[in-house]
Write a protein that binds this ligand. Structure first.
Ligand SMILES: *Cc1c(COP(=O)(O)O)cnc(C)c1O
Length: 373
């Protein structure tokens, strides 16, 4: 028996919607694209939404649309999925890392303030694991220094802080629809903004630099093919229409974990901070102080051997070998990130995970911990 780390949740409605596109002549740049964008903009509460081929290409285009390139610096977190940092490098700019807050696991606002310098062209914070805690302070710092924010909300669809939705804190916000995210289009992403110039620029850049006039073979700038097909958009429309149900299902799974693991002093169990409405992306527990990286790795291995898929979200970005080599980073550069990274265990987490399965995961985890103590 296997309990998976993640599974998509596709109903007959999604399958029908995709088949409908396949029976139509418009497989790309058809009516499902603006329909998905409009529904998304409405859900988030932004003026504009631009669908793209992935979260990564969305971040990349936001940086390009802002004119960020070689010689520029963008402040971001080393505790994230690699694409937050590599998108900055794809644009030709340099990531400047700032360590995280040990509780929220998001980039530390005070650290952001001290990292802002002459070359800083943007701040790229991430709602790690869907948690929006601290985004008011981060954006306050950005406004104070007049630096735009590219909000990497790829893990936070449906999260909110004091009623303000993830994706609306930044000058631009980016979402992703890989199958392990809250909603999926197979592959896909979405850029959200109230800024027409940036939105129009992203529309052009995702479509080979085509302009509003000039037609199919008129290219106004160096662009990319980062389009999202109508097949993906049709899937996204149905998934997005179910977002409240999806959020509720994931919240239920998170609550089961919280309830079953609460008493265990060996673990740090994630909780919603004050003012936060977390749309749960993953459920990541941590080993308490006193446990080592070796302990954590033994737990990951033992769980896997017992048929329970787990993962180490996230290894520090700055210590990925190619990053360390390029920028000269070493152990100790970002101690909070490094110590958190050594202790994380991402447990199986998806919409249709049952209470019985959660109970098996928790029982197995406790047995494994008993053994290594
Ligand atoms: C998933 C994710 C991305 C990138 O999304 P893709 O669609 O896989 O390119 C970017 N940033 C973070 C924090 C993510 O979790």
């Amino acid at each position: 028996m296997q309990i998976y780390l993640s599974r998509p949740d596709i109903t007959e409605d999604e399958i029908e919607a995709v088949c409908e596109v396949l029976h139509s002549p418009n497989l790309s740049l058809g009516p499902k694209l603006p329909e998905f964008e409009q529904a998304f903009a409405e859900y988030i509460g932004s003026r504009r939404a631009v669908a793209v081929s992935s979260g990564t290409s969305g971040l990349h285009l936001c940086l390009l649309a802002m004119g960020i390139g070689p010689g520029d610096e963008v402040v971001t977190t080393p505790f994230t999925f690699i694409a937050s940092a590599t998108s900055i490098m794809m644009a030709g700019a340099s990531p400047v890392f700032v360590d995280i807050d040990p509780v929220s696991l998001n980039i530390d606002a005070a650290g952001v303030e001290s990292a802002i310098g002459d070359k800083t062209r943007a701040i790229l914070p991430v709602e790690v694991f869907g948690n929006p805690a601290g985004f008011d302070e981060i954006c306050h710092v950005a406004r104070k220094h007049d630096v735009p924010v590219i909000e990497d909300s790829c893990e936070a669809l449906g999260s909110a802080l004091n009623g303000k939705k993830a994706g609306t804190f930044g000058t631009v916000g980016v979402f992703a629809f890989y199958p392990n995210k809250q909603i999926t289009t197979g592959e896909g992403g979405m850029i959200l903004t109230d800024d027409d110039f940036l939105a129009d620029m992203c529309v052009s850049l995702r479509n080979q630099g085509r302009g509003k006039a000039g037609g199919w073979l008129g290219h106004e700038r160096l662009g990319y093919n980062f389009r999202l097909s109508d097949i993906n958009c049709a899937l996204g429309i149905v998934q997005l229409s179910r977002i409240e149900q999806i959020k509720a299902k994931r919240r239920q799974v998170a609550e089961w974990y919280q309830e079953m693991l609460a008493e265990d002093q060996r673990l740090i169990v994630p909780r919603e901070a004050k003012g936060c409405d977390v749309s749960w992306f993953v459920f990541v527990v941590r080993l308490s102080e006193g446990f080592t990286l070796e302990h954590r790795n033994i737990v990951l291995e033992a769980m896997t051997e017992r048929g329970i898929q787990v993962s180490n979200y996230f290894p520090p970005v700055h210590l990925q070998p190619f990053m360390a080599e390029k920028f000269g980073y070493k152990q100790g550069d970002f101690p909070v990130t490094e110590s958190v990274s050594k202790s994380t265990i991402a447990l199986p987490f998806y919409n249709n995970l049952g209470r019985d399965q959660v109970a098996i995961v928790c029982k197995t985890l406790k047995e494994v911990l008993d053994r290594i103590l």
